[in-house]
Design a protein around this ligand. Structure first.
Ligand SMILES: [Zn+2]
Length: 260
């Protein structure tokens, strides 16, 4: 192994897949809505705001949903040390793909190229028309809400607008999912960070990666069902642990992990 992380013989750099969940963004002030104390679990009414059937059938749910987005922390959130560490790894020349369960766009805001980030649950930074499927910026829709339009409709067709996230009751994009599976199969290191690995497809991606011979690294505060499959499990806070771990990867020291 060369000091720059390439293989001494082939110049090969291992493909690193990073699967990120809510835990990577809590340092940015975005609460874990689905976590044990998350609002989706403690307030069943709140869950309706992001459930497709309620959203589409009830204008009052939509008005509340827009207000929640206007007042919520997501728009003001900035990337944190963990997002920045992923960007540093990518810029070091290691091929990196991010698969994220998050809809906050913070990986890209930190500097990851769009094409290297797969958003399993879509993005809250865009809105989509449920009629004509036109996409536009969330910020522009929220400007209209701020100006008094309580349930802004599509400019083009008058259809119901919704956040470009995958709501409860909606299917994941099969293309995005297929690409995530392909990355899990191809990667040599799979780092699951800030995800409990208890919801699909995140859980199965970790398993697929391990089955296909990737080194599996889990960085999460709580135990996950896949810890037993992992080459390394890290329980320290993500903002400190992930930068240190990815620096080791950039230096090509992942070879030592399985023995640790
Ligand atoms: Zn439309």
């Amino acid at each position: 192994m060369n000091t720059d992380g390439t293989d001494a013989v082939t110049g090969h750099r291992p493909l690193v897949a990073i699967l990120s969940g809510a835990g990577i963004s809590t340092d940015s002030g975005i609460p874990d809505y689905r976590g044990p104390a998350g609002v989706w679990r403690t307030d069943p009414d709140a869950e309706k705001l992001v459930t497709y059937s309620y959203y589409m059938s009830d204008p009052e749910i939509r008005r509340r949903s827009w207000r929640m987005r206007l007042e919520g922390p997501a728009l003001r959130a900035r990337p944190n040390a963990a997002h920045e560490a992923v960007v540093r790894l990518e810029r070091s020349g290691v091929p990196v793909r991010v698969i994220t369960q998050n809809v906050d766009g913070l990986h890209q805001m930190a500097g990851m190229p769009d094409r290297k980030v797969l958003e399993l649950h879509g993005t809250a930074r865009a809105v989509v028309c449920t009629g004509c499927h036109a996409r536009s910026e969330m910020a522009k829709a929220l400007d209209r809400v701020r100006a008094g339009v309580e349930d802004p409709a599509c400019d083009r067709c008058g259809g119901i607008l919704k956040s470009a996230t995958v709501m409860f009751g909606e299917a994941l994009d099969p293309m995005v999912l297929a690409e995530a599976v392909a990355i899990a199969k191809a990667c040599e290191v799979f780092v699951a960070v800030g995800t409990s690995l208890q919801v699909q497809p995140a859980a199965s991606l970790a398993e697929i990666a391990a089955e296909h011979g990737a080194r599996l690294v889990i960085v999460n505060a709580e135990p996950t069902p896949y810890d037993r499959l992992a080459d390394r499990v890290v329980r320290e806070p993500i903002g400190r642990a992930l930068p240190a771990l990815l620096e080791e990867l950039a230096e090509g020291r992942a070879e030592d992990w399985a023995e640790g």
